[in-house]
Every structure is written in structure tokens, then in C-alpha cells.
Design a protein around this ligand. Sequence first.
Ligand code: 6PG
Length: 473
Amino acid sequence: MAEQQYDYGMIGLGTMGRNLVYNMCDHGYSVAGFDKDAAQVTTFQNEAKGKTVFGTADLNEFIAALKSPRTILMLVPAGAVVDIVIDELKPLLSKYDMLIDCGNSHFTDTDKRLESLAKENLHFMGVGVSGGEDGARFGPSIMPGGTQQIYSRVGPMLEAISAKVNNEPCVTYLGPGSSGHYVKMVHNGIEYGLMQLISEAYHLLKEVGGLNNDELHEVFSKWNEGPLQSFLIEITATIFSQKDELTNNSLIDMILDGAKQKGTGKWTSQNAMDLGIPVPSIDVAVTAREISSFKEERASAQKKLNGPEQNVTTDKNELVKSLEQALLFSMITTYAQGMNLMQHASVELKYNLKLEDVARIWRGGCIIRATLLENIRTAYSKQPALANIMVDDYFANQLAQSQTGIRKIIQLATTTGIPMPVMMSSLSYYDSYRHGWLPANLIQAQRDYFGAHTYERTDRKGIFHTKWTQKQK
Ligand code: 6PG
């Protein structure tokens, strides 16, 4: 039995759960931890010596160790496990106890759980947590959704454990219902886009530029000192200098080129499609992971399918310079798509999101943290209802200045046959968005031709259908 009553409970003592507990302890909170795997509890007890914690694999003992009303965080795998845990907990809980799901749950699951737990007078929050193991330990970005009143019960603790940028915590109340998990989902969608963009840059630098891993390390380190400064660019630089313990080769060269995914990027695309909001860079990033997973098929297609003949000679410095611009351009447009999706979803799902707040809490702790987010925050603080960050003066100017680079890089990619699907989609998104006229009139004509789907006209109001001239037999 526990000797005292603890401030918080944590269900799930995997690395993320344990690290979040240690972070809470550092800020003066006492925490009881539960995991049904006794081995995890032992690891927890050994690691946490000297901290005010209690670990158990007995759910009754765990519940008895918590101060009332109880506040229990859950860090368990998203999906069915969350419901299993909730079902096991429910009979042991009392009115006004509170559950906080800190995993990557699908936002629609969060809405269902909120509704069913409210019927039992239990409080529930869906909270996105980003930053991986280090983030959990030393300061993640935290995206809470639920009622504001309930947030106030845990807000001070979340603020204490979150990352800080210029003394501002990377957490704030985001909105009602599943808004926290929605924002985390879009965070991950952007993450997929950025990771694929960086991988495409690597492909071109390696295969066309001929850069070795040491040079790649140098390039990414240098980029991290400029406008591309971000967590993902920083870790990429480090990755290129990591040696493999088994062979002493560069570790990157020993890793199989098939990307896995847990689904949050796909959910972003699926929901964007449902809402009719374009996020092509995210869609294509998901596709790129899928293509990569067909390793065997690609290996046999390589023997059959030809690429372009030309050998292109490139100046390494020029290539690196253009690619830096291309990455900046495509990263801006990828963030633009994610922010735009949240803006529309906020209306549709009644989240009332403040995009300035979202950009602010993404500046530190999370995987997509980047210098750019300070400018995104400024853009929304000036114009909260900004249609798209691409038309903000600062970003319009950045895009204008970096478009030469991305156009050169895409030309080079098509000439040499290097796939750069997300970079190409990012440029097309920009080029489509800046075109006052697009050829969709032809699509409307075709729809009306074969299916009498009607069309609108440019010169008068109304819905029109034409009996199109039939082809001569
Ligand atoms: C984060 C990460 C985290 C996780 C991804 C990985 O913000 O800390 O996004 O949530 O590492 O979900 O996702 P995939 O397995 O789909 O790449």
C-alpha cells in the first residue's frame, strides 16, 4: 500500500510515461504510476529512487493512492487500449475524477469518450503531447482540449512541465472537445511533410550532388544556423555523423529504406479530404512513405524501368544554396497547409482555435519546432483570420525570394529523375493558390458534357446546362 496520497496518477509506464512522471516530480508534484506489466513498474521504481512516486501493477492500489478528486494521465497506445483502460478504471472512479488521454488518439475517438464519460460525471481531456522521450522528460509541447473549467484544474501543472520559449510555456488551453488531439494530428501531418522534404533534399544531395555523409552533416549543420533552423534539420545533421556500432559504417547507410507509420499523417489527409481543404504536401508525404515500403517491388522495377539518360554536372555550392531556398519555400507552404486546415476545421468542428496560440506553443518542445513558427505566430497575431500565411507580407516576401531556388531544384530533379514529390506538391500548391484563373472551367465543361452536371458562368448568375455538339460519327 502507498504510504501517502499522490497529486497525480499516470497509467502507462513506458519510456514516455515514466519521463513525463519524472518531469512532473522535478516541478514538485507527487505521482503514483500504474502499469499492468510488472517489469515496467520495477524499472520505474528503480529509476525513480529519491523522487516522490509510487509504482504498482495493482489498479485498486493505484486508485487508493491518489488524492481526491483524482486526476489520472494516460500514456498508452492509441486505439482500443485506451477504451480498455477506461473500462477497467470506470468502476473504481468517483464523481469529478478526471482522465487525461495524452496519447495520439484519433480526435473522433476523443469526442466519443468525452460524451460517454460525461454521462458518468467523469471529466475527460484529450491532450496532445509532442517532443518524444526527451520532450516528455525535459519539456514537451502540450496541446490540451476540453472544457476551460477542467483545464484550470491541470493548467498550472501542464505549464510547469512544458517547454518554455522566452519564458512562455509551450502549452495553453486550445479549445473544447477533441481540439487538442485534432491540433496534435495536424502537427503530425506537418511533421510527415517536413520529414519527407528533408529526405528529398538528402536524395538530391547524395545522388546528384555526390555529397558523402560528412559533407551532408556539414550542410545540414550550416542550414540549421539560418532560416531553416529547426529540430528536424538539427537531428538530421546529427544523424549523418552517427557511426554504426555493428559495422563502423555510417549508421544511415545501414538503415533499410522503408518508412513505417502509425497513421497520424494519414488521418490528417483523410480529414482534410473530408473537409475539402487542400493539404497536398501532407497527402503526398503519406504516399511517399507508402511507396518506400514496397522495397522488393522497387528493387525489381529498378531493373526494368529507365530514368533519363543525361548526366548533369552540378556545382555543389550552387546546389546547396538553391536547395536551402527550396526547403525554406516548401516548408513554409507545408506549414501553410496545416494551419489552413486547422482554420477551416476550427469552424466546422466548433473548436474556436486561435492559430496564434497554436503557433506559439509549437515554437518549443515539439517535433516541428522551428524558427519559422515565430513568424507564423506574428502573422496570426497581426491578422487572426488570415486566409493563408502565404499572403502574409513577411511570408509572401520569403516565398518570392526563395522561389528561384525551388524552381531550379525541381528542374534538376526532373532532369535527373530524382523523385521529389512533396517539394513538387509544395510548389504546385503555391502556384495554384496564386493563380486567379485555373483551368477548372474545362473540368466543369467536361462534367456537363458527359453527365449534365451543369456549370456556372463568368458573365451572369445562375446554373447552366448545354446540349454539347455531338462528335461526328
Ligand atoms: C511527436 C511525434 C510522436 C510520434 C509520431 C511518430 O510529436 O512527439 O509526432 O507523436 O513519434 O507519432 O509517428 P509515425 O510512427 O506515424 O511516424
